[in-house]
Write a protein that binds this ligand. Structure first.
Ligand SMILES: [Zn+2]
Length: 149
């Protein structure tokens, strides 16, 4: 009997020091964004300087994990062999209730059911023993909480 070959692994984020706190928080099931230490502007992804006031000091703060679909694109061709079994899948721009936007995927939702403006909430996907990715699902009454409090 021959075994089917393992599918190629999906690429993992290349995490630099600026974004390490975001991925450390995801391991803890916490969604965080950077906040300027001077003018309090929230931003994502991390930057070394505030685009509002040019201050360099910043901190990471937890956010609700709630937001809505700002935009999305459905991928019908695998841009990497690791995604071949996943097409069609959607790449989604999430606008958090707190303001920043981030790129992610929706789970528990077929690509054809995604709508601009639909409310979503964060869930955490342990893609390896070391890397957890924040993803989102439609926000519905009856969902089990995904964010630990
Ligand atoms: Zn600022």
């Amino acid at each position: 009997m021959t075994m089917a070959p393992e599918p190629p692994a999906k690429p993992l984020p290349q995490v630099g020091p600026d974004m390490q706190p975001f991925f450390d928080a995801a391991r803890r099931r916490e969604l965080v964004v950077q906040q300027c230490g001077r003018c309090q502007t929230l931003r994502f992804p991390a930057r070394s300087i505030c685009s509002t006031c040019l201050a360099r000091d910043a901190r990471w703060i937890p956010v609700s994990g709630h937001g809505h679909v700002f935009s999305f694109a459905v991928m019908h061709q695998a841009v990497h062999p690791g995604f071949a079994a996943k097409v069609p899948y959607a790449v989604v721009v999430i606008q958090l209730d707190e303001g920043p936007r981030l790129l992610s995927n929706l789970v528990d939702c077929a690509p054809g059911d995604i709508r601009i403006g639909m409310p979503v909430e964060v869930v955490f996907d342990d893609v390896t023993a070391e890397v957890t990715l924040p993803k989102f699902r439609p926000r519905r009454a009856g969902n089990q909480p995904a964010v630990s409090t």
